[in-house]
Design a protein around this ligand. Sequence first.
Ligand code: B12
Ligand code: SF4
Length: 465
Amino acid sequence: MLISQNPTKPNSKNVKVLLIRPSDRSLGKFKKVGGVQHPMNLLSLATYLDNNSIEVGILDLEVEPIKSLKGYDIIGITAMTPNIPQVIELVHLAKLEGAKTVLGGIHPTVLPEDTIKETEADIVVRGEGEISLLEIAKGVPLNKIEGISYRDTTGIKHNPDRKPIENLDEIPIPNRSMLKLNLYTGSASPAIIGNSAVMFTSRGCPNDCNFCSAKYMHGKRVRFRSIGHIMQEVRDINALGFNHITIDDDTFTLNKKRILDFCNEYKKWNMTFDIDARVDTVDNEILSALKKSGCTKIAYGVESGSNKVLKRMRKGITLDQVKKAFKLTREAGIKTQALISIGHIEETKEDVELTKKLISEIEADYLCVSVITPYPKTEVYEYDIEKGYLNNIKWDNYACFKDEILWRTDNFTGDELVKIRDKMYKDFYINIKYILKQVKGLRNFNQLKYYITAALSVIKWRIPK
Ligand code: B12
Ligand code: SF4
């Protein structure tokens, strides 16, 4: 674990903060093929504290073990839903060392009261964490800090929400040298070869998919960083020796002019990048600009091959848009990844067949199939509770790649969903046409190693347990 202290600014109160990312136990047999993504949430918080003279370190349990939690005044832990059992253990360990415990991230944000009760943490930061955490570290009285929930002698208190930071350029560029970069090898983005960094250029998503919790974190209004600010970060990443960036925004291609401006600047760096995009936000002009500036892969949220299911989930896209986006992207010379999901509300066997048909039609280069997971506060969660589909399932089972899916949907059991998911992968990847296409595209030893590892992890499913 690395402690960084800004030497130019004295830390008057000598408060020591440690920020922890739990390890990811959500993948089951889908072991990591690539590398581990930098914990950008903790890095943004740590950089903000560091710039404000607070001594802060990051412990990323994805890449290093716990040695000691001694000597910290505040221990902050980030939490998605499947992390909660591990967070309970971490809070316990932190409290044994006398630290104040602060939780943040999507799960504590949507269920602050339950999370405090379950984990026994002292404070939950709801939503964006930079300012709230700084105020906690500076010792501002808890009843004066917006956007937090906390315990006091009379019970659990919920302060008013904090307004999102309007101008994202005010958030300092994440200082990646606060991470032990040598522990993060490879790319964290599927199908991207080589060492890469991750970057966010906006916060928020204007859409309202019924299974997605992202909107409860940064809201439906999208805030954009300026191109100048983004390019400063690109320069920093380049200086650290990375040659590829995964842009992980929810909706990177939302604003056409901004994308074209981004491409114009990015191409000066001679680095590649990959993005996630919605099929309804790309056209020939955007794709051509993306290709010329180094975009090597676009992952599209396709979800389903059934217009009925797409409509029910409020995805706001049509199958024609899906087919067109894949065709244009292929023609532009950019690799495509189809993000497919199964297990939607009211989805039938016929709908799943339509999804399989679509997968074979769009000829994606890579496929990711997940089982829709009923995350707290989403419409899918409320629906499943009402229908009695969630029988006291423990939080660590709320993950789409688990070997066992413990909830059911209207027309499928969890076991059936696992079988459908795994078969979709096998049909896609263990397919001679696909293998030949990939082998033809191999350019170096690293790529060969990557594909062999990926292929072995797919083939392993065939061996009965
Ligand atoms: C990048 C990402 C990942 C990355 C890295 C995540 C990480 N940091 O460990 C990877 C690919 C590893 C990943 C994995 C998974 N992810 Co993910 N991921 C995201 C994504 C796209 C962006 C998150 C991000 O870094 N944003 C940028 C930073 C700056 O913002 P932020 O994370 O919101 O952090 C701010 C606040 O949350 C808060 N905060 C966060 N942590 C803390 C801690 C403290 C102490 C404080 C005070 C504040 C605080 O302050 C931060 C700065 O303002 C989100 C979608 C989204 N838009 O949020 C999904 C999302 C968070 N993931 C999701 C899911 C489901 C998963 C998986 C479970 C998928 C699976 N395998 O089944 C796994 C679980 C991994 C694990 N660690 O156990 C869901 C979470 C739903 C839920 N209720 O848990 C989301 C919301 C996607 C969705 N559409 O629903 N994910
Ligand atoms: S477009 Fe993506 S991030 Fe936005 S609501 Fe839908 S699934 Fe969530």
